[in-house]
Design a protein around this ligand. Structure first.
Ligand code: HEC
Length: 138
């Protein structure tokens, strides 16, 4: 076998190896892709859901008059305390925030008659959002 023969044999062997290595990867990708797409769709769906709840809550916070006492973004006013640290405040579980909204407090009015269960959940989602969405100005 001359030198050229050896070289081309080497190339064939190397490329053969290379394809064997790539082929199983391609096969597993083929199986993975539908799963990955499904996972992606599921997370997009879940993310979309919570995102929407937070945004709906931001609108409610503005439209139900919470802003009047708690200020834009819940930063607080002399009429109502800031609501910015509820997310990490162990004393304020989502259930407790919900009860505060529905029952009111000493100076806070009850919203049981003007807020539906779903709206209360959206307000809780908004108040517990890591980055509170800013509602569009009217
Ligand atoms: C008339 C003023 C007023 C309005 C309107 C109001 N709040 Fe309040 N809110 C208060 C005051 C004052 C407190 C402090 C506790 C108390 O006196 O009830 C409070 C407390 C809270 C708390 C508990 C946090 C804490 O540190 O005490 C939450 C949560 C809350 N308000 C959410 C809301 C939401 C959501 C809305 C709108 C649906 C709203 N509030 C509307 C005055 C108001």
């Amino acid at each position: 076998m001359n030198l050229l023969g050896v070289v081309s044999l080497k190339v064939v062997v190397q490329s053969g190896l290379c394809c064997e290595k790539i082929f199983p990867v391609m096969v597993s990708f083929k199986h993975l892709t539908p799963l990955m797409l499904l996972a992606l769709a599921a997370s997009a769906f879940l993310f979309g859901q919570s995102h929407t709840a937070e945004e709906a809550g931001a609108l409610l916070f503005r439209d139900k008059g919470c802003v009047h006492c708690h200020g834009d973004g819940g930063l607080g006013t002399p009429k109502g305390p800031a609501l910015t640290s509820l997310r990490t405040d162990k004393l304020w579980s989502p259930a407790k925030i919900r009860i505060q909204i529905l029952n009111g407090g000493q100076k806070m009015p009850s919203f049981a008659d003007s807020v539906t269960d779903e709206e209360a959940a959206q307000l809780v989602a908004y108040l517990r959002a890591k980055n509170k969405p800013i509602p569009p100005t009217q």
